[in-house]
Write a protein that binds this ligand. Structure first.
Ligand code: F6R
Ligand code: MG
Ligand code: MG
Length: 372
């Protein structure tokens, strides 16, 4: 049995109004492109959705990670949708497509990517997270709770297949290097890194007993690629669940309460991560709060499990009153932070603001300062 690859590739190609939401016309266009790719045998199945103003292409295939044909398909889909967005004068048309020509892999070209290749088990549940108005390290806390906190994931204590723990591959975005740390043995060192969300981001998680990949996250830093602020990186994340991985419920339970992530308005503020149903996948309030979509899927014989009409069966995990408390608490946190306006700590640190449009404003004041 060949291995199966799940790929999610996303980009902001234009939205309405402002940076709120991908319109249906672009989603339909992307769907047609995906259907064509499925019919031609390039991919086995797909699901198109949006996280706020980001167009998300979820695909399954048997071509492995970083495959040129799959990445080209995503790139061409984004280019076509961006052309339509330009024609309609949608906002930020083509925003995340930072280069003119495709060169083998969308990494470094603007779009975000998370991919997992694995040998299918008897049954293979996965959770797909997609966020808008935040950055990849927004998932650091979630990954820690799911894969290293036994008070969240009781399987780390109770399930003999998981007591071995998990290893985290952590990217140092500042120096473009990475390190693998093993939990629970090196938990404190791990937290010393990933607690610094401005610099370190979890890239992948592996099960210690057999090195099976358990999670994969996008780590695109648009500002580093473009050399200027072009919006936050709006990450995606794939997590394998059950039978020796954390259960679906262990993966979602850290979201019983909200936590703060960087991004929100102008990528410049702390805001509560706001788990919402797909129908609420739009960033309306102060361009946020940073929204989190969680979709439950299963993979079978290289495809997303489908109904009799060939439509993938996708469970919208946050479309559930169980997350009402998180949403209410998130709005309370949002209200506190918004009362504090542009003042720190509601606004990001000076160092993080280096990657926003603030330095342009400060530059104009430079000549007016006098020595004290
Ligand atoms: C955040 C984001 C928005 C914009 C804001 C200003 O990632 O994309 O919050 O930064 O709406 O956008 P412009 O400068 O395009 O008017
Ligand atoms: Mg946008
Ligand atoms: Mg976005």
């Amino acid at each position: 049995m060949p291995k199966t690859t799940v790929s999610i590739i996303k980009a902001d190609v234009g939205s309405i109004p402002g940076h709120v939401k991908v319109p249906r016309i672009l989603l339909d266009m992307a769907e047609r492109k995906m259907l064509h790719a499925k019919e031609s045998g390039l991919i086995n199945s797909y699901y198109v959705f949006n996280a706020g103003d980001d167009l998300e292409l979820l695909m399954t295939h048997s071509r492995g990670e970083s495959n040129e044909d799959i990445h080209r398909l995503a790139w061409e889909t984004f280019m076509e949708c961006a052309a339509k967005a330009k024609e309609l004068k949608l906002y930020g048309a083509g925003q995340d497509l930072l280069v003119d020509a495709f060169s083998g892999n969308v990494k470094g070209m603007g779009p975000g990517v998370a991919e997992i290749e694995f040998q299918e088990r008897g049954s293979d549940p996965l959770i797909v997270f997609a966020a808008d108005k935040t950055e990849p390290s927004a998932f650091n806390y979630l990954m820690y709770r799911v894969f290293a906190d036994p008070c969240n994931t009781s399987g780390l204590v109770i399930d003999p297949r998981m007591t071995c723990g998990f290893s985290f591959e952590v990217l140092d975005a500042k120096h473009s290097r990475s390190v693998v740390l093993r939990a629970p043995e090196e938990l404190h060192s791990l937290l010393a890194l990933i607690g610094t969300t401005e610099r370190y981001m979890v890239k992948r998680v592996y099960r210690n007993s057999d090195n099976e990949v358990a999670a994969s996250l996008s780590t695109t830093k648009l500002a580093y690629i473009a050399g200027k602020y072009v919006g936050k990186d709006d990450p995606v994340c794939l997590v394998r669940a059950q039978s020796g991985f954390p259960s679906v419920g262990e993966v979602t339970s850290p979201l019983l309460h909200p936590y703060l992530v960087a991004g929100w308005m102008r990528g410049s503020h702390w805001g509560p991560f706001y788990p919402v149903a797909l129908r609420n996948s739009q960033c309306t309030l102060f361009d946020g709060p940073p929204r989190l979509i969680g979709l439950g899927i299963q993979v079978s014989n290289g495809k997303l499990v489908e109904d009799d009409e060939g439509k993938p069966i996708v469970v919208d995990l946050f479309d559930d009153p169980a997350f009402d408390l998180a949403r209410r608490e998130a709005l309370e946190l949002a209200a506190h932070l918004r009362r504090q306006g542009i003042f720190q700590p509601a606004r990001l640190s000076a160092e993080a603001m280096e990657y926003t449009t603030l330095p342009q404003c400060l530059k104009e004041l430079e000549s007016r300062f006098k020595e004290e």
